[in-house]
Design a protein around this ligand. Structure first.
Ligand code: SF4
Ligand code: SF4
Length: 319
């Protein structure tokens, strides 16, 4: 019964997403020519297709218990390469992989300036992968998340201590930032003046958008690099600090976690309650999975709990 209800809920979310995206009109993307693209033609472009494929491959590897060691590092490198590095290379094909709009801009700037086609396409891919789950976009596609995950893997090799920020605190911090952003956006307290004197609201997240750290060619100074740089340094001690404390996508995809079709679950009959997973996992979600809680702290589908359990108690299952 519970399973049936979950599937109906999932179907309703999907039908809603399909309806809004099909209802969206095509939009002019060029000032020089009639380049008109719908959300669907954008979703079939190399960048978005690569995102979807990477997310689905990650899901298969997680389900088969293969997401560990070298293969995990390769998957993370691919996400960093395609969506962080590639657009900076002097190869025209890779310019199509530029993270414009960044996931944060796709949400924040859409609230300020309206939902343009590229923003909707980016938001839809994030939604799509997060609804298939578990956290497939944040875990395996986002370059900022992938870089923090790699740095955290390095921490284990360097045997550095891990600082665990309580979930309640980190969730309150990123929720507060989101609320302040909404307040500033609706009141346009932070704005810029155009040449014609018009006031345009500015997103609070623009001041600490870690995705700008990958835009080497467009850099005007060290400031845009800082959020990513600080996240990498802090990430040597804290698991995914940017995702847990700041990123609005981290908050939104966390809300979507209970809706995802696939999730990390515990095979109760295999678990001998040794608690190895709770100390070996980087997150605070594992303890709640063991307890059987429906609402859990963030799980980024890193696969560590699947790997560390000696009795293979964790699995990625369709609920
Ligand atoms: S929370 Fe933000 S920075 Fe972290 S992986 Fe998700 S989109 Fe990327
Ligand atoms: S170790 Fe934590 S973050 Fe990683 S897959 Fe397991 S529950 Fe999710």
């Amino acid at each position: 019964m519970k399973n049936g209800l979950t599937k109906i809920r999932f179907l309703v979310v999907w039908l809603f997403l399909l309806t809004i995206s099909l209802a969206l009109p095509a939009q002019d993307l060029s000032h020089n020519g009639p380049i008109r693209r719908t959300v669907w033609t954008m979703l079939l472009s190399p960048k978005y297709l690569t995102m979807i494929i990477l997310g689905l491959v990650a899901l298969i590897l997680l389900k088969k218990g293969l997401m560990k060691g070298g293969l995990k590092a390769v998957m993370l490198f691919l996400a960093i390469f395609f969506f962080g590095v590639a657009a900076n290379l002097p190869i025209p094909f890779f310019s199509k992989y530029a993270m414009h709009p960044s996931p944060i801009c796709a949400v924040a700037k859409a609230i300020l300036y309206g939902f343009g086609t590229p923003m909707i396409a980016t938001a839809l891919v994030i939604l799509l992968l997060s609804l298939i789950g578990p956290r497939l976009f944040c875990g395996w596609v986002c370059p900022v998340g992938a870089l923090q995950e790699l740095v955290f893997m390095l921490r284990s090799q360097l045997k550095l201590p891990q600082l665990r920020i309580p979930y309640r605190l980190s969730n309150r911090v990123r929720t507060s930032i989101m609320l302040i952003f909404i307040f500033f956006s609706t009141t346009a307290i932070i704005y810029t003046l155009l040449d014609n004197g018009e006031k345009i609201g500015v997103s609070l997240y623009d001041y600490f958008n870690a995705f700008h750290g990958f835009e080497w060619l467009g850099l005007t100074g060290i400031l845009p690099l800082l959020p990513l740089l600080i996240s990498v340094i802090v990430g040597l001690f804290v698991y995914r600090p940017y995702c847990h404390l700041i990123c609005p996508i981290g908050l939104l995809t966390h809300w979507l976690e209970p809706l995802a079709l696939f999730r990390i679950n515990l095979k109760k009959e295999c678990c001998n309650n040794c608690q190895t997973c709770i100390t070996a996992s980087p997150c605070q979600a594992t303890a709640e999975i063991v307890k059987g809680s429906i609402i859990r702290p963030d799980c980024f589908a890193c696969g560590d709990c699947l790997k560390c359990c000696h009795s293979d108690s964790f699995e990625v299952t369709c609920r």
